[in-house]
Design a protein around this ligand. Structure first.
Ligand code: FPP
Length: 247
């Protein structure tokens, strides 16, 4: 009897939620309507990931470049983040979700900073899925902040410059303690990383989905997971069957 090979599941999935604007435009709606529909998919994605026993789900909610959007849109996106945390925090906490936030917190509005801190503090001890919200996040900015911290530690004598390793860098970026993403999904058909997790995604598998984020339902998420399961991850080495035949 032939037994089915178990589906390999990613431990950490990161998503670039793209296409809210196009989704709204296709319906003759303002862009905000697309972002609002996108928030509902955020809730669904967290639940789908938790059910699939994924340990970490990272969502690119607002990039450090998104401040360049029209003032009204930025304000709408801030409003939606407030709305999401106020509405969903209690429920996420009940569902044992641990929330972490990555990105630069310096320039964001104090009430949003307080909400993000509250979300992290309240859910810190939870042992279910970790939801990582990338907010005011840009990978280059993250790396610059890490380099500064390391340089300061060298200057103060806490780190020897010669001993700086990949682990040193990983320990100083915002995702310290979080495993690298196994799978990065981007919706809307665009095929680029847009300054998202540049260091962490060195060996990630990428799945680019044609659907727009507000259409990214449970089935689409499972399609991406199945595609991941078909990939042969070699991390720069060769796959086991090739080793066996000595090629
Ligand atoms: C990209 O679509 C999406 C964003 C810039 C923001 C994503 C935000 C949400 C889904 C809602 C808030 C998130 C949380 C976690 C509460 P786009 O506007 O670039 O779409 P377009 O490329 O079609 O114009």
């Amino acid at each position: 009897m032939r037994s089915e090979a178990p589906i390999i599941m990613p431990r950490h999935v990161a998503i670039i939620m793209d296409g809210n604007g196009r989704w709204a435009k296709a319906r003759g709606l303002p862009r905000t309507a697309g972002h609002r529909a996108g928030v509902e998919r955020v809730r669904e994605a967290v639940r789908t990931a938790a059910e699939a026993e994924i340990d970490y789900l990272t969502l690119f909610a607002f990039s450090s470049e998104n401040w360049n959007r029209p003032e009204q849109e930025v304000s709408d996106l801030m409003g939606l983040l407030r709305f999401f945390i106020r509405r969903d925090l209690a429920e996420l906490h009940r569902e044992n979700v641990c929330i972490k936030v990555i990105g630069c917190r310096h320039k964001i509005q104090p009430d949003i900073r307080a909400l993000l801190n509250e979300a992290e503090d309240r859910t810190r001890g939870n042992t279910g899925i970790t939801l990582v919200i990338a907010f005011n996040y840009g990978a280059r900015d993250e790396l610059v902040r890490a380099v500064r911290q390391i340089a300061e530690a060298v200057q103060s004598g806490d780190i020897d410059a010669g001993s700086i390793s990949e682990e040193t860098v990983s320990a100083h970026i915002d995702t310290a303690g979080i495993p690298d993403p196994d799978l990065v999904i981007r919706t809307s058909g665009e095929q680029r990383l847009s300054n998202f997790l540049l260091w962490q995604a060195a060996y990630s598998e990428f799945v680019f989905m044609p659907c727009l984020w507000p259409d990214f339902d449970r089935a689409a998420f499972h399609d991406a997971l199945n595609e991941f399961g078909r990939r042969d991850r070699r991390f720069g080495a060769v796959s086991a069957p090739d080793l066996a035949v000595g090629s």
